[in-house]
Design a protein around this ligand. Structure first.
Ligand SMILES: C[S@@+](CC[C@H](N)C(=O)[O-])C[C@H]1O[C@@H](n2cnc3c(N)ncnc32)[C@H](O)[C@@H]1O
Length: 338
């Protein structure tokens, strides 16, 4: 039995993504969807086999892989949520299964992704013997919306892949200001041994132009990027990035809980530490945070000491590292105090 997938690619490199898939799954049919950076793949192999081949391969252009099993036309109206529910193969959710509905919506509709997740999740819980588990569900109900075209599927959560896109669109000279920042967050995650998994929701404050956000969005389920300044278009258009164009001090109340907070704001270390303390209530129990301490004078040790002195109110397990890519700053890792 064959399988089908929605696969995200580096935007502008859909052709390369397609070739990568055809090399791994030669029997498949791959077509571009009309929203940039998205491919639809029909493959002759069973889902498990195709997923394993994609998982194991060292790829450059492929991002996320979502197994799907139904395609339907929808409208922009709220009533489409019912049609999406109807398209779910409810026989795939059995007693003993836990599940989460994960919706990515592209285009403009009279409903949000979250409305789909909540409504379809509740209906499925009523109609099947499976129960909702938002943290580590054994199965995921996938809803991928491209304006009036939607794909729906139910799969073991391990079959949803998040691969690292290693090559992004080429930019004109001088238009890639965040390359260094990308190194910085990669180094910090490695140095502090922080594993960002594909169910993570990350809050990235001081996010513009978006180097950290881009790297984190390649690993996590969703990144909320906070900065009054613009994100680079290639980051702004990532489907799992939400840009809140405000200061970290002015975040709306209802943005939920986060698994990781990252902070690269270019403000004084003490000010930054105060903001981190206020944000701690939005971090899940035991969740980690990474903050850059910017050296505003030559007294580096004092800045770090003062920042940690403030942070101790809300955090614990501090680790401090000077990373090769940030000589004029220090990175601090911490965990929320219980
Ligand atoms: C060094 S840049 C961040 C670079 C970013 N990490 C990246 O990877 O592209 C610092 C950012 O902090 C932002 N910033 C400064 N104060 C802020 C505040 N109070 N709230 C949110 N962002 C702030 C600035 O607008 C600026 O874009």
């Amino acid at each position: 039995m064959g399988s089908a997938f929605v696969v995200t690619t580096s935007s502008g490199f859909e052709g390369n993504g397609r070739r990568e898939i055809l090399k791994l799954l030669p029997s498949s049919k791959v077509r571009k969807l009309f929203f940039k950076g998205n491919l639809y793949v029909e493959c002759g192999l069973p889902e498990e086999e195709a997923v394993e081949l994609l998982r194991e391969a060292d790829t450059t252009y492929l991002g996320r892989v979502f197994p799907v099993d139904a395609e339907l036309k929808i409208s922009a109206a709220k009533a489409s949520i019912e049609a999406l529910y109807e398209a779910v193969s409810i026989g795939d959710l059995e007693e003993g299964d836990t599940f989460r509905v994960s919706c990515t919506r592209r285009g403009s509709h009279e409903f949000r992704s979250r409305d789909v997740e909540v409504t379809v999740g509740m209906r499925l819980e009523e109609e099947t013997d499976a129960v909702v588990d938002l943290k580590s569900p054994s199965k995921t109900v996938i809803v991928q919306i491209f304006q009036d075209l939607a794909y729906v599927g139910v799969s073991p959560s391990v079959n949803l892949l998040v691969k690292e896109i290693k090559r992004f669109r080429k930019y004109a000279k001088g238009e890639r200001p965040f390359t260094r920042a990308e190194f910085k967050i990669r180094e910090a995650l490695k140095a502090f041994d922080v594993e960002v998994t594909n169910d993570f929701i990350v809050l990235d404050v001081g996010a513009a132009p978006g180097g950290w956000t881009k790297v984190l969005a390649g690993m996590a389920r969703r990144v909320v990027a906070v900065d009054p300044a613009d994100l680079h278009p290639s980051v702004e258009e990532m489907s799992n990035v939400t840009h809140l164009r405000c200061r970290a001090e002015d975040l709306p109340e209802d943005i939920g809980e986060f698994d990781l907070i990252t902070n690269d704001m270019n403000i004084s270390p003490t000010e930054s530490a105060e903001i981190m303390n206020a944000l701690a209530e939005r971090l899940r129990e035991g969740g980690a945070a990474i903050m850059t301490v910017k050296f505003v004078t030559r007294e580096r040790r004092r800045h770090t000491r003062e920042a940690i002195g403030i942070l101790e109110e809300a955090y614990t397990d501090f680790r401090v590292k000077r990373l090769p890519h940030n000589r004029y700053e220090t990175s601090v890792y911490m965990r929320k105090k219980s």
